[in-house]
Design a protein around this ligand. Structure first.
Ligand code: FAD
Ligand code: DHB
Length: 386
């Protein structure tokens, strides 16, 4: 197979990049090691910044988002006995959208189908070759067991944190940063109407709790747990009790319902030393990951797609490599901003069990409730004004 850009991974980064390139007349081939059904059902992100929504609109994949998504004007921040609304619209005139990553995947897949763009699902043995040259290639074994080779001018590594692309860069660990946090999230999906109009982020001495949603009938909730904890220790009743206790507020009730999915997620910050090498470019979680608090992962992946897309459009359509050569530098500015914001939200809201840390966190949150400048800072970072 021959193409201009070989895209490894059909998550949000890979498919958004494919649609961006197609819009500008650039050909790409996408390969993915999971099945389409698996990728479309994978429960992950749920909150989109203004910029990500704009990108989806530009790529013609925002119709259902505008119809079925929920526009939120702010969030609630809580400490025991006090819940405060941080009003993004009033503070900075911007909003965010609640719309599940599962739905984004479906919309992107549907757009690919409509455009006749085939995606090679369930591939194995993916390997990158000659990334230092101007004719790199990707080999893999397709779903039917046939060995395949994609000859291309550029490889986009959109294969997430565990994929092979980053590992293909020599000495990639030099200048890379990683922090694994001493807590995890237990996340559930429940078939019950949200008990709140906007998301609640709650600090509690027992640990962080969060109320998000996917629609007016489906809720997404999280609680902080120990990273060594086992999901088998958490019966549905225990989860609901912990959520109710950590988000308790006079006059407010957390309604319970059927839990349809539950799992424990590790939390890490990671920034790769290099986001590109020769003709290989890393996009999204392949190059950087954040802990989920603050919802930046998918949004910063969308930001990478725009920067790489712009560079590739100049490279292929104007024969000008200058923007492409600055991809890493341009993307990293945003990556470090979201790395800091996610770290800040995470460390401010998750408890360590140490009373001195508790008091510092409470003081910080109570100061934020009173201070418009701090709220504005939170709002700008949360909606992605950079
Ligand atoms: P991925 O989604 O990981 O996609 C990579 C793809 O590459 C996958 O489909 C994978 O199967 C494929 N792949 C891997 N190896 C290979 C291979 N060898 N060959 C071919 N394909 C391969 N972000 C937000 O912005 N907002 C949120 O609200 C939010 N909430 C989150 C909640 C949770 C519980 C979690 C876990 C994450 C959340 N995130 C959130 C983060 C967000 O989901 C990720 O940042 C986003 O999925 C990154 O997209 P990606 O395409 O770069 O990587
Ligand atoms: C969601 C996850 C987050 O980490 C966050 O900050 C907001 C929303 C979610 O899954 O809905």
């Amino acid at each position: 197979m021959k193409t201009q850009v070989a895209i490894i991974g059909a998550g949000p980064s890979g498919l958004l990049l494919n649609r961006y390139l197609a819009k500008h007349g650039i050909e790409s081939i996408v390969i993915e090691d999971r099945s389409r059904e698996y990728v479309e059902a994978r429960i992950r992100a749920g909150l989109l910044e203004t910029q990500s929504v704009k990108l989806m609109e530009e790529l013609g994949v925002a119709d259902r988002l505008y119809k079925e998504g929920m526009e939120h004007k702010g969030i609630y921040l809580q400490v025991p006995g006090e819940r405060h609304h941080i009003d993004f619209e009033e503070l900075i005139g911007h909003t965010v959208w609640v719309y599940g990553q599962t739905e984004i995947q479906k919309d992107l897949d549907a757009a690919c189908d409509k455009a006749g763009q085939e995606i090679h699902y369930e591939v194995t043995e993916v390997a990158l070759h000659d990334i230092d040259s101007d004719h790199p290639s990707v080999t893999f074994v397709d779903k039917d067991g046939n060995s395949q080779k994609i000859e291309c001018a550029v490889i986009a590594g959109c294969d997430g944190f565990w994929g092979p692309s980053r590992k293909a860069i020599p000495d990639v660990e030099v200048g890379s940063f990683e922090r694994v946090y001493p807590y995890s999230w237990l996340g559930i999906l429940a078939n019950v109407a949200p008990s709140t109009d906007e998301l609640i982020y709650a600090w509690h001495p027992d640990g962080f709790a969060m109320h998000s949603m996917r629609s007016d009938k489906v809720r997404r909730l999280y609680i902080q747990v120990d990273p060594n904890d086992d999901i088998a220790n958490w019966s549905d009743d225990r989860i609901w009790e912990a959520l109710a206790k950590r988000m308790e507020l006079t006059g407010w009730e957390l309604k319970t319902g059927e839990i349809t999915e539950k799992n424990i997620l590790a939390m890490r910050s990671f920034v790769s030393g290099k986001l590109s090498h020769g003709r290989l470019f890393l996009v999204g979680d392949a190059g950087h990951t954040v802990p989920p608090t603050g919802a930046k992962g998918l949004n910063s992946a969308a930001n990478d797609v725009r920067f790489l897309g712009e560079g590739l459009v100049d490279f292929f359509n104007k024969k000008d490599a200058s923007l492409l050569n600055r991809y890493s530098e341009r993307a990293k500015e945003t990556i470090w901003r979201v790395t800091h914001f996610s770290w800040w939200m995470t460390t401010m809201l998750h408890t360590s069990g140490n009373e001195f840390d508790n008091q510092l966190q409470l003081s910080q949150l109570k100061h934020l409730f009173k201070n418009k400048a701090l709220q504005t800072n939170l709002a700008e970072n949360y909606v992605g004004i950079r």
